[in-house]
Design a protein around this ligand. Structure first.
Ligand SMILES: Cc1cc2nc3c(=O)[nH]c(=O)nc-3n(C[C@H](O)[C@H](O)[C@H](O)COP(=O)(O)OP(=O)(O)OC[C@H]3O[C@@H](n4cnc5c(N)ncnc54)[C@H](O)[C@@H]3O)c2cc1C
Length: 389
């Protein structure tokens, strides 16, 4: 076991840090306030090689390992997690095609998005199906030459700006009313172009945090999906979605580490500047305890994240480790950002300092890509399997 990063990864991490400091941090609070989609930052991120990070170079992505991606993502999220969520959403939308699509589908649906710097969205959640994705109600009906897609998707990151949607829906002929326990076996994964007739984008959500990341509903009404837009086989969609989430979860954990480490840096430097009772507040043991716990948990979250990412790079199954990383990093980020506001006292509660934004942004990490409660269910199930072996 060697905890040192390679020379290449150190250089990459530094480049992401520099990009974040130059292109993201100075504008983050402005986009947070306006909740505007920061197109110019994304354009620059694409030009600088900080977009489509995990997508193979063959399909015009950057082709980074999961480990290297986690390092970059952490640095970008240090600048703004809203920007980073929208960047990672492209990997999330394109990964199902990379892992389950044919060569022609990767050329047709992955490469052009990466080449043009377009956005794509991952459409799994629905108004009535969040944690319980197998109960989703979007339907595919077999017709000549393909399928008709009907239903509504909720909470779709970049929905308002995406030119392509990776959609999970149930195929009518596979729905087995008698066997409800196997309901996930009817789910298929299809690619839908935004320009298809019957696609409607809803309003942008006015969110608590990560406000510049666009989130919308997407509705499909009798949308024709040609046969060649089915990714993988009929009924394999659920497994493709789960494999995708196992792969992308270390990246989500890395966003949480980035938020937490920014809050920690801000709190540390403020604790040396601020004086009360004639001394810097860092000298109070109560403040030191907060900072000591934060520093420890950030390191632990980062190590869990890099372990899950390394396992993905080695082709090992990492459901347990990626859920542990995501759960711990998200919950730590929430606590560390709340504590950072505490270290700043009343000033931390205002928009004049960056910590209140971090606290609002951190909350989302406990919700999307599987809530902290759901991660614990996954962890417990995986531990049970290990224990019973
Ligand atoms: C800003 C944002 C962006 C998002 N982006 C995307 C996206 O791009 N694509 C996409 O498909 N989805 C996206 N999501 C959806 C996200 O993944 C879901 O919100 C999440 O999975 C939770 O689902 P839900 O909101 O329906 O909550 P629910 O599932 O209704 O959960 C409500 C509460 O109940 C708890 N709960 C549920 N089931 C259990 C259980 N079995 N045991 C214990 N507790 C339980 C949850 O932990 C939570 O606290 C996004 C969400 C947000 C807010």
């Amino acid at each position: 076991m060697d905890f040192r990063l390679s020379e290449d990864n150190l250089l990459l991490e530094q480049a992401a840090k520099d990009f974040s400091a130059r292109a993201i941090i100075p504008q983050a609070h402005i986009y947070d306030e306006s909740a505007e989609f920061p197109k110019s930052i994304f354009k620059e991120a694409h030009a600088s090689g900080f977009f489509n990070l995990t997508i193979p170079e063959k399909y015009a992505g950057i082709g980074l390992s999961s480990l290297a991606t986690s390092l970059v993502i952490e640095r970008l999220a240090y600048g703004c997690s809203g920007v980073t969520t929208s960047i990672v959403a492209n990997d999330l939308a394109l990964t199902p095609i990379v892992i389950a699509g044919t060569e022609e589908q990767k050329e047709k649906f992955v490469k052009p998005i990466c080449q043009k710097g377009d956005f794509a969205s991952f459409c799994l959640s629905e108004p009535g199906a969040g944690s319980d994705v197998s109960s989703l109600s979007c339907k595919l009906q077999k017709v000549e030459g393909g399928y008709l897609l009907n239903g509504n998707k909720q909470w779709i990151t970049n929905g308002g700006y995406s030119s392509q949607f990776t959609v999970f829906a149930k195929l009518d002929t596979l729905i087995d009313e008698k066997n409800k326990a196997e309901k996930h076996k009817s789910i298929c994964c299809v690619v839908v172009s935004r320009s298809s007739e019957g696609v409607t984008i809803g309003k942008s959500e006015n969110k608590l945090g990560q406000r510049c990341s666009n989130t919308t509903t997407v509705s499909f009404e009798n949308v024709f999906v040609p046969n060649d837009c089915l990714i993988g086989k009929e009924g394999e969609g659920f497994y493709t979605a789960m494999k995708t989430l196992d792969f992308t979860r270390p990246m989500t954990a890395a966003i949480a580490v980035g938020i937490a480490s920014r809050a920690f840096d801000e709190a540390m430097s403020y604790s040396f500047q601020r004086k009360q009772f004639g001394q810097q507040i860092f000298d109070f043991q109560a403040i030191q305890s907060i900072l000591a716990d934060a520093g420890t948990d950030i390191d632990a979250a980062r190590l869990l994240t890099l372990r899950a990412a390394t396992m993905a790079d080695n082709g090992e199954k990492n459901s347990l480790e990626s859920s542990m990383a995501k759960r711990f990093a998200a919950d730590s980020a929430m606590r560390i950002t709340t504590d950072a506001v505490q270290v700043f006292g009343g000033y931390g509660y205002t928009k004049d300092y960056p910590v209140e934004k971090l606290m609002r942004d951190a909350k989302l990490m406990q919700i999307y890509e599987g809530t902290s409660q759901v991660q614990r269910i996954v962890i417990a199930k995986e531990l049970q399997k290990k224990f019973k072996k």
